[in-house]
Every structure is written in C-alpha cells, then in structure tokens.
Design a protein around this ligand. Structure first.
Ligand SMILES: Cc1cc2nc3c(=O)[nH]c(=O)nc-3n(C[C@H](O)[C@H](O)[C@H](O)COP(=O)(O)O)c2cc1C
Length: 408
C-alpha cells in the first residue's frame, strides 16, 4: 500500500466516517421502471461499485415527485412501496464498509416534454430549447408541498438504510432555478434578493434535518456558477455555501453549468485546468477559505496523480468522479493500491458533428455501461455511439416510460 491522501478517513459532522476520499458521484442509472419503481438490478450494480472500494457512493438522482422527472427511467420515491428493494440496494452498497447517499431532485422546468407536459418553475420563464414545455409558476402552497416531498423522500431513504442524502442543487434543476436571478423573477419571499432566492434550498435542508436528525448526512451538489450572463455567480455560490455551512451541512460537492449550458465536458480549457484535470478546483480553493464543511470536487478527474495533488493541496477533501466509474467500477481499489491509475475514458464520437454535439450520445453510452454492470456483465470497452442511443430508446420502451400528466 502506498501512503496516499486518498487512503485517509474523513470524519463528517454527522459523526460518521468515510473510509477513504474517493466518491462515485451521481449518475442516473436509468434502470427504474417508467413509473420510477426500484428494481433488483440496483442491488447488483451497487454491489459491484461497493466492491470497487470507494468511501462514498452517491446514487443517481431520485425524484421526489414521480410526475416530475428530469430523465427517463429515473427512480422516484414518494412512499414505502419499494422499501424492500431500497433496503437491498442500500445493503449492497454498504457491504464493503462504504457509505451510500441518495441524491434527491426535482427538475422544475428542466423536465423534457416527452416525460412531462406540465412542468413547474419558480417563474414562468421558458428554457430556450423546445425539448421542454414552457413552465407554470409555482404557487406558494406548491413550494411548501415540494419541500415536504424532499423531506418525505429523505425519511423513507433513511428508513431503508441510506447513510445520507444529497440535494441536487446544480445543473439547472429546481433548486438551481430558485437560486438563479435569470430563472427566478418572483417578487414574494422566494425570489428577488439572494437571501430570498436561497430560501427554498435552506428550507429543504432545515426540514430534512429536523425530520432525520443530526446523525444523518445531508449534503448538496452546488453549482460554482451557472456560467450564464446575469445568472448565479461564483460570489453568490460562496454566499449560499456559507449559509448552508452555518446550518451544519455535512458536505458540499462542487459542480457547474446546466442543461442549457453544459460545462462538464472537455471543451476549451485553460492550460492550468487541463493539467489539474478538475474543472472546478480553482473555485474550491476560494470556497475553502469561506466554509468549514468538507468539500468534494467533481468533474474532470482522470488520474491518481491529479487526485492526490488536489487532496494534498488542501483545496478539497473528497474527489468525485462519475464517467470513469461507468467504465471501471474498480478504480478506487486501483488508486488505493497505488497502481498509478489513469482513466481511459474518452469523449464518445461518431465523427458526425451534429450527432456528436448532442449530449444524449455521450450520456447514452455511459448509461449502457451502467446497465451492463447491473446485468452482472463487465462494462463494454467499445465506444459504439449510435448503437448506445438506439439501445437507450429501446430500454425506455421496454421499461414502460410514459408521459406523466400532472394531477390537477
Ligand atoms: C450517464 C450520466 C448520468 C449522470 N447523472 C447525474 C445525476 O443524476 N445527477 C448529477 O448530479 N449528475 C449527474 N451526472 C453528472 C456527473 O455526476 C458529473 O458531475 C459529471 O459527469 C462530471 O464528472 P466526470 O468528469 O467525473 O464524469 C451524470 C453524468 C453521466 C455521464
């Protein structure tokens, strides 16, 4: 064993301990039924990831309302009907001493029209893409209902044995929509000043904390910025993190961008970012000066050397990786054993620019690797892009994905 910073335990505010500094960041598994029901394949998949040695596994986004999904075949937990399957999932994920946190999400207006013909949002401002129906502005009683839904889902997951939850406050979903001055034009207590725009996320946090207690982990995935003109800025992100830190949040994962403006891809990058691999490390350095909660940085890490350097620098406490885990479930063990791990993940291309520019190409390929693992197979190594897209649509059909019409 090498003496690497990744091997160190991390004691969290909840009192629980992460056995090392490596985390599989959230990836929608696309394994649920069209109604968002949990199936036994989750158990197989998470057992494989648990055996890979990571300290923490964060699930794909779990919807708090089955009628509002951000992606096809995402899990929705609104009641205890899948408690047995959830327990098996949590047990498998924890079988090697690592923790499992469930990522909780409501997509707001970022819910595609093939899934949802009546999306809601802080304000009735449509997204630019015609993939989404224009949203309706939420009434205050509906905002309170969604806060209760987040809480309800967290309580069920705690009962099922999950060690914590992570609020999906990044990538343009409902929490981000509330935070963004571009998307939140409300004039009541839920919009306007930053204090008002962050009320939704702080109320969700407080409500879950009260219901689950101090020893349950509550984390957030927060955008460092949404990288949009007039949008949620670095400075505002730091202010939100400071408030959540003061409320006792257990971990802050840093990410960035939204569906309209994805930044989690290797496009144009500063030379320094290219070298350090992680896209949001500079922001983490800044945030670290302002909060005492542990920080996790996700996006871009591909090598043991870069992860160790980032941990050694003190800018972050946990390294989050997503795509590499879809290809190599054993990557944490390789890093922990000091094998000089370097991911071979490459952007998926077909050579047809129009197709390659579609995020669905890349997502589909990774989704197919995850499905292979859930079926007990090894992830494939060949980047067969178009085949992946076709296969993903076949799975939507097979698992009964349907458009959800909102009640009343
Ligand atoms: C197939 C796939 C599904 C994803 N699903 C989610 C998700 O459910 N929630 C989330 O916060 N991020 C999701 N992400 C984004 C990742 O968590 C991560 O932020 C991003 O891929 C950058 O990290 P990486 O460079 O290590 O892949 C997903 C990414 C992929 C490739």
């Amino acid at each position: 064993m090498s003496n690497s910073p990744v091997q160190q335990e991390l004691k969290l505010r909840s009192g629980s301990v992460l056995k090392n500094r490596l985390c599989k960041s959230s990836m929608n598994e696309a394994l649920a039924t069209g109604e968002g029901r949990v199936v036994r394949e989750f158990e197989v998949l998470y057992k494989t990831w648990a055996e890979g040695g990571s300290g923490l596994l964060v699930t794909g986004n779990v919807m708090v309302d089955a009628h509002h999904a951000n992606e096809p075949l995402a899990v929705a937990v609104e009641d205890e009907r899948d408690l047995t399957e959830l327990k098996l999932w949590a047990r498998a994920a924890k079988s090697q001493g690592g923790q499992i946190w469930a990522q909780l999400s409501h997509p707001g207006k970022q819910s595609p029209k093939f899934l949802n013909d009546s999306p809601v949002a802080p304000s009735a401002i449509p997204l630019v893409s015609d993939m989404f129906m224009p949203p309706r502005e939420l009434r205050e009683d509906e905002i309170l209902d969604i806060i209760q839904r987040f809480t309800n889902t967290a309580v069920i997951l705690q009962k099922a044995g999950f060690d914590g939850v992570q609020l999906h406050g990044a990538h343009g979903y409902l929490i981000s929509q509330f935070l963004s001055p571009n998307h939140n034009k409300r004039t009541d207590q839920w919009g306007g000043s930053l204090e008002n725009r962050m009320r939704f996320v702080t109320e969700v946090y407080k409500s879950i904390r009260e219901a689950t207690g101090k020893r349950f982990n509550i984390a957030i995935k927060l955008n460092s910025s949404d990288f949009q003109k007039g949008g949620f800025t670095h400075e505002e992100s730091i202010e939100v993190a400071k408030v959540l830190d003061g409320l006792g949040i257990d971990l802050i994962e840093i990410s960035g961008g939204s569906w309209e403006n994805p930044v989690n891809r290797r496009g144009e990058q500063k030379e320094s970012t290219r070298k350090r691999e992680a896209y949001f490390l500079e922001f983490a350095e800044e945030l670290k000066k302002n909060v005492s909660a542990p920080l996790m940085v996700t996006g871009g890490f591909r090598s043991q050397a870069a992860i160790e350097e980032a941990l050694d620098s003190g800018a972050m406490d946990v390294a989050g990786l997503a795509r590499p885990y879809a290809v190599d479930p054993n990557l944490a063990n390789k890093i922990l054993q000091g094998q000089g791990y370097r991911s071979t993940v490459e952007p998926i291309t077909t050579g047809i620019k129009k197709v390659d520019d579609m995020a669905i190409m890349e997502i589909s390929w990774y989704t197919n690797q995850i499905r292979r693992m859930a079926e007990g197979k090894a992830p494939g190594s060949k980047p067969r892009g178009l085949f992946s897209v076709i296969n993903v649509f076949y799975q939507f059909w097979k698992r009964g994905q349907v458009v959800k019409r909102v009640r009343a």
